[in-house]
Design a protein around this ligand. Structure first.
Ligand SMILES: [Ca+2]
Ligand SMILES: [Ca+2]
Length: 145
């Protein structure tokens, strides 16, 4: 199968549509017109994947992604770190491979390179741990209570 773009940089697995079959989320880094895409592949339950939603960010060099439930509605959300931005993109899923049109870009000061989604404070909402390029620290975006 193709990655839905060129230069796939990172892959995540989550059941985005609640059918108990793990779906694939791929970020593609390079290659017009697909640079900077996040592509969702839906699993039919037998390991056959169908290209679903494609999110485009332009040439933003996405480098990492993670999945969790950041707003606590039970649906998969995605965080994407792109080194040509100074923010982390959050996409909020509706549970059926449609996604809230309002993407949220959370400013983090400088180029984010890596993200991990984890509920650090046990409130049932996934937080985002991230690191930035050319820095020696990591930081946490905690979801609002
Ligand atoms: Ca699924
Ligand atoms: Ca959610």
């Amino acid at each position: 199968m193709t990655s839905g773009g060129t230069d796939p940089w990172a892959v995540a697995v989550a059941d985005v549509n609640h059918d108990d079959a793990p779906d694939l989320l791929v970020i593609n880094s390079q290659g017009l017109p697909d640079a900077g895409t996040l592509v969702i592949f839906l699993n039919d339950g037998s390991g056959n994947f169908t290209k679903g939603t494609v999110h485009r960010r332009g040439r933003k060099n996405p480098r990492d992604l993670c999945t969790g439930d950041s707003n606590g509605d039970g649906n998969t959300d995605v965080a994407v770190a792109s080194t040509r931005t100074a923010d982390i993109l959050m996409l909020f899923g509706n549970g059926d491979d449609t996604w809230n049109r309002r993407e949220v870009a959370i400013p983090v000061g400088s180029a984010p390179r890596t993200v991990a989604c984890v509920d650090v404070d046990g409130d049932g909402k996934t937080d985002v741990v991230f690191g930035r390029a050319n820095r020696d620290d990591i930081d946490i975006i905690q979801t609002a209570n």
